[in-house]
Design a protein around this ligand. Structure first.
Ligand SMILES: Nc1ncnc2c1ncn2[C@@H]1O[C@H](COP(=O)(O)OP(=O)(O)OP(=O)(O)O)[C@@H](O)[C@H]1O
Ligand SMILES: [Mg+2]
Length: 251
């Protein structure tokens, strides 16, 4: 496996304040890995994601494919909790928007958009204007719009945070399916440990005072529905793992 993102002694402060939000943290994201970041509200998760996206500057080393991250790039696509779509454009036009802006041919765009519509299960809604969609559908379009660009890294900040439990569960499956098909790398933030356990290869944990990632776990339970485990032995293992993460979050 190759290293996609490397953060070495990464420190971040916002220009309008003197306080460091992140202080000398270290982590690596490998190619084709789902790296999930968890931690208490206000610990700096979104701040790390925004630095990786290139939205805010950082001190120390922050590299993608060995090159310093200095600004936003197509190669790093971002999905937020409430990603704003272009409400008056159709699903299809929203997904193809970035490709059109980059000058791809109509045929290329059509092909890629049709493929993504199929993956996200919205082929029938291709001509629907996005203001008419449900929250879960909108979020699927937002993910497809980012995927359209074939970014090497997908950055998702609580992408399902605004969705009901049932839709959220379906979206987790969608992410795992997309990940398997597109072989993309993902940095995702969630406050839902069951979501972290179901989706990730690695779980990075922050607490409220260290201003850094304090532990990175390999997750052996990817794909599991952590809320409904039938096998008692596995349930016990997942419970132990979840408690271990929780106690670090609260440390
Ligand atoms: N634009 C900004 N300017 C100054 N300070 C900021 C800015 N954005 C965030 N902060 C501060 O940085 C700290 C970390 O915020 P951040 O949004 O990264 O936390 P978080 O872990 O994502 O929290 P949550 O789980 O609530 O989303 C907070 O103290 C916050 O007030
Ligand atoms: Mg946040």
């Amino acid at each position: 496996m190759e290293t996609l993102i490397k953060a070495n002694n990464l420190s971040i402060k916002y220009p309008n304040t003197t306080e460091k939000i992140i202080d000398k943290t270290n982590f690596e994201i490998q190619d084709n890995e789902i790296f999930v970041l968890v931690g208490p509200s206000g610990c700096g998760k979104s701040t790390i994601l925004q630095a990786v996206a290139g939205f805010i500057p950082a001190d120390g080393e922050l590299l993608m494919d060995g090159e310093k991250i200095t600004e936003p790039d197509w190669n790093r696509g971002v999905v937020f909790q409430n990603s704003s779509l272009y409400p008056w454009l159709t699903v299809e036009k929203n997904i193809g928007f970035g490709l059109k802006a980059r000058g791809f041919s109509k045929e290329k765009i059509q092909k890629r958009v049709s493929y993504l519509l199929d993956i996200i299960g919205l082929s029938e809604q291709r001509n629907t204007k996005t203001f008419e969609l449900s929250g879960g559908m909108k979020q699927r379009v937002a993910i497809a719009r980012v995927l359209a660009n074939k970014s090497e890294l997908l950055l998702m900040d609580e992408p399902f945070g605004a969705l009901d439990a049932f839709t959220r569960f379906k979206m987790q499956k969608l992410i795992l399916d997309i990940w398997a098909k597109e072989k993309t790398s993902i940095l995702m933030i969630t406050h839902d440990l069951n979501e972290a356990i179901r989706c990730s290869n690695k779980i990075a944990v922050m607490n409220s005072h260290d201003k850094k990632i304090v532990e990175i776990f390999n997750n052996q339970f990817q794909g599991i529905d952590a809320e409904n485990i039938e096998d008692f032995e596995i349930e016990k293992k997942v419970d132990t793992f979840r408690s271990q993460i929780l106690s670090l979050i609260n440390s």
